[in-house]
Design a protein around this ligand. Sequence first.
Ligand SMILES: C[S@@+](CC[C@H](N)C(=O)[O-])C[C@H]1O[C@@H](n2cnc3c(N)ncnc32)[C@H](O)[C@@H]1O
Length: 295
Amino acid sequence: MFTVSGTELWKWRSRAQAAAVAISIDQFEVDWLLLELSQIDRLTLRLETYKTQPDIRLKLPFEQLQTLWEQRLNQRIPVQYLVGYTHWREFTLKVSPAVLIPRPETELMIDLVLEAVERQPDLANGPWVDLGTGSGAIAIGLAAALPEAQIHAVDLSPKALAIAQANAQTCGLAERITFHAGRWFEPIAHLRGEVRGLISNPPYIPTATIATLQPEVQKHEPHLALDGGADGLKDIRHLVREGSNFLQPQGLWLVEMMAGQGTQVSQLLQQAHYQPIRIVNDLAGRDRFCLAYCA
Ligand SMILES: C[S@@+](CC[C@H](N)C(=O)[O-])C[C@H]1O[C@@H](n2cnc3c(N)ncnc32)[C@H](O)[C@@H]1O
């Protein structure tokens, strides 16, 4: 275990926060790093009572903590990649630049699944698929939420799949999830017509928009996870079209999308005869999810 004096840490924290603010990084990120990598808890941090402690325990040498923060500022590497994990729902998930950092708003998809299953309990048994699993977040969330379901997780990236498998293992849910390498529905051809729920957070950002994203995303997150083709809807169109071949009648189709895509996605679903169709807003009131049932 490594230590640093409270005074020294307090001075560093103040400098680190000022440097963050100067380049429009949220100063709370300094605290995120301290909460993850030191013994200090949230209240102690807020009240600054650690200042007078002679020795604060750290998980790594103080110099290394400073280096991580410099990488955050200078290279714009997300803090989650710097520490190697993030928190999502009740899970702590390993992340690396091979996977998209699972976002808090995506957590809502599991609540939407739970609501749907409450209304239609027969969905709770049988196969569910997470297409484009990345870190495995959605598949792991589904496995925990639906104890009777068999979860299938697909990703084109072998490196992402390895991380998803490791995460399922540490969450104690590896036996509940079957992992498949390949393109969307290709590796799950045997589930045609049987899927109870198809859940996906696919790439949905228009190709030209990627260059305008914040450097943390544009430079460090995998473009395979972001790039949804010229209008951002290339993969969603495929999930609409093929989804109806894979879902059982009344099976649930639930996809995350970019704010502003709601009307187009619901038109695609109408054309493919899904119904009913519901656009769901995130907590900020933006149309971010589309939920529909297979005819
Ligand atoms: C936006 S990320 C979502 C990751 C994770 N589900 C989440 O919500 O954090 C999209 C994922 O789709 C995967 N992907 C992209 N194209 C794919 C394809 N053709 N077939 C399967 N997976 C694909 C990417 O590798 C990436 O992991």
